[in-house]
Design a protein around this ligand. Structure first.
Ligand SMILES: CC(=O)N[C@H]1[C@@H](OP(=O)(O)OP(=O)(O)OC[C@H]2O[C@@H](n3ccc(=O)[nH]c3=O)[C@H](O)[C@@H]2O)O[C@H](CO)[C@@H](O)[C@@H]1O[C@H](C)C(=O)N[C@@H](C)C(=O)N[C@H](CCC(=O)O)C(=O)O
Ligand SMILES: Nc1ncnc2c1ncn2[C@@H]1O[C@H](COP(=O)(O)OP(=O)(O)OP(=O)(O)O)[C@@H](O)[C@H]1O
Length: 488
């Protein structure tokens, strides 16, 4: 392959050398440099990789993409681009043969609900017999193979590499979470999604290395409607107008409250039976369907409605859509891990006060005998979360068991003390059991008939991090084991 064969979509200036140089790979980490690899230099958040050019040339790479006019070794080819991350995305698409264009692509953005909604879409498509690739917080999923990723939306090179593997595995559909950071860092540059879904937006990811303020966060999240053919937005979101005002796609909306929306949820019921805990509602408008979804909570009505809105365009059999939604498994997101006459145990990933509030409030819709909350907070992270989550649990749960989350390098006792301070002020009942395994077991052993137990904070995680070491730990496994031992 000649370097020039990958340059079709790029705007660039040749600084030196020949574009006929033979290449077979693209790297953006100097430690992977080798002969035949194009090295894309970028000013990162910590490192400026232009500084590695001499070492990379020594390792054999002869082609460079730069976004700074830095001194270059003799005998190499170099092009200048305005933005190296964008160039990396466009080069990667070409390097892998534009695999995204060979699938129906669905991008999902939003502050909350991305993982849940992508899982719902995947589950339904699979129930319809389709092959689906998925990318998001839970990794790159192709068939039974799950490859963990550092980011919710991986770097563009990894994305196109994954798309190629999906196409090779026969996937007809690709559904992925697209973070605002991904738009800011051009990880999805050049991709036009067939469908772009926006779940909701509220202040989050604002701070050093993320977004300067809410305005910037909203700007990048709204990019989805500039990079998709059909866009679908939650009309109940307070920022609907701002997000959609200059959308460059065909735009549709969904809502639980508003008339005149394209997809409306009506007759919403929260169902709690020994063999089924979840939601039921009717979709009305451009598409009409009655669905049962086996994960609880009002916000999952919004997530399922969002999923159905996209799925309605895909010409799928309605009975299979219903089947898919009724038999979902979304690891660690409002996941009903155990249900019996005695109690229902839910594992959820809510790890800030807003998520915890909406989770505990919506579980009230099921009128549990008692709502019991088991949670802790991460160490070496903002302390605010401990105070606000303690306050929410104290106000909204009938009984709280404060325990360890990922204490990292902090003492679990100190984190618990911070949570205790705020829970005490609410007058809510609580106990402290620092060992998470014991805390889960205690909650189930002391359950009263009709209790709902929400085990919060770690969701799908399969580890607990203490003193820099990650030990295997899964809330789900602990619940199942306790249920077996306790004969629940
Ligand atoms: C702050 C931030 O966003 N950083 C992201 C960024 O890292 P970076 O490129 O700036 O890192 P850097 O260390 O300065 O390196 C710059 C360049 O030097 C290169 N390098 C570095 C060292 C060396 O020896 N040689 C070398 O060539 C690096 O490969 C890189 O090309 O680009 C990397 C590759 O894409 C990302 O993995 C990394 O995400 C970090 C891990 C991160 O935590 N990001 C968060 C903010 C994020 O993106 N979150 C979103 C949202 C999640 C959500 O919604 O919940 C996500 O999509 O994950
Ligand atoms: N539509 C929603 N509105 C509000 N809260 C939600 C919604 N969907 C899920 N949640 C809550 O947020 C948590 C995270 O949900 P999910 O993983 O689906 O969202 P996400 O957008 O992928 O979030 P994150 O970026 O934190 O991984 C869930 O465990 C649940 O408590």
């Amino acid at each position: 392959m000649k370097f020039k064969d990958w340059l079709n979509d790029l705007k660039y200036e040749v600084l030196q050398g020949s574009l006929d140089e033979e290449v077979d790979e693209i790297v953006y980490d100097s430690r992977k440099a080798r002969e035949g690899a194009v090295f894309v230099c970028m000013k990162g958040t910590k490192v400026d990789s232009h500084e590695f050019i001499p070492a990379v040339a020594k390792a054999g790479s002869k082609v460079f993409v730069v976004e700074e006019r830095v001194p270059l070794p003799q005998g190499v080819t170099a092009i200048y681009v305005h933005n190296a991350r964008e160039a990396l995305a466009l080069l990667s698409a070409a390097r892998f043969g534009y695999p995204a264009e060979k699938m129906v692509t669905i991008g999902v953005t939003g502050t909350k609900g991305k993982t849940t909604t992508t899982h719902m879409i995947k589950a339904v498509l699979e129930a319809c017999g389709k092959k689906v690739g998925m990318i998001g917080t839970t990794g790159i999923v192709i068939g039974e193979t799950v490859t963990p990723t550092k980011n919710t939306t991986p770097e563009s090179y990894e994305l196109h590499e994954a798309f190629k593997s999906m196409v090779k595995a026969g996937c007809q559909y690709m559904v992925m979470e697209v973070s605002s950071q991904a738009y800011k860092m051009h990880r999805v540059a050049g991709i036009t999604f067939d469908y772009g879904l926006f779940t909701n937006i509220s202040p989050d990811h604002i701070g050093p290395d993320e977004h300067a303020d809410f305005e910037e966060y909203l700007f990048y999240k709204s990019r989805i409607f500039h990079t998709c053919k059909k866009g679908i937005m939650n009309q109940d979101d307070a920022h609907f107008e701002e997000v959609t005002k200059d959308a460059a796609c065909e735009l549709y909306s969904f809502s639980m409250d508003r008339e005149g929306t394209d997809f409306k949820a009506e007759n919403i019921h929260f169902v709690s039976q020994p063999d089924f805990v979840g939601i039921e509602f009717d979709v009305k408008g451009r598409y009409n369907l009655s669905v049962r979804v086996n994960i609880p909570g009002r916000f999952n009505v919004a997530n399922a409605l969002a999923a159905v809105s996209v799925l309605s365009f895909l010409d799928l059999p309605k009975d299979r859509i219903c089947h898919g939604l009724e038999h979902l498994s979304v690891n660690g997101r409002m996941e009903i891990v155990h249900t019996s006459d005695k109690c229902t145990v839910i594992v959820d990933y809510a790890h800030n006060a807003i998520s915890m509030e909406s989770l505990l409030s919506t579980l009230r819709d099921y009128h549990p005998k008692r709502l019991v909350c088991v949670f802790g907070c991460g160490g070496n992270r903002a302390k605010d979360r401990r105070y606000s989550m303690g306050d929410s649990a104290g106000r909204l749960a009938d009984f709280t068991i404060i325990t360890a989350d990922n204490s990292r390098f902090e003492k679990t006792e100190d984190i618990i003390a911070d949570i205790r301070g705020s829970i005490v002020k609410t007058g809510g009942e609580f106990i402290e059991i620092p060992d998470r395994r014991e805390a889960i077991r205690y909650s189930m052993e002391h359950a009263k008939p009709g209790d709902m137990i929400a085990i919060i904070g770690k969701g799908h995680e399969d580890y607990q991090e203490m003193n820099g070491v990650r030990h295997h730990f899964s809330d789900r496994e602990e619940v199942l084991e306790a249920a077996k031992d306790l004969n629940l």
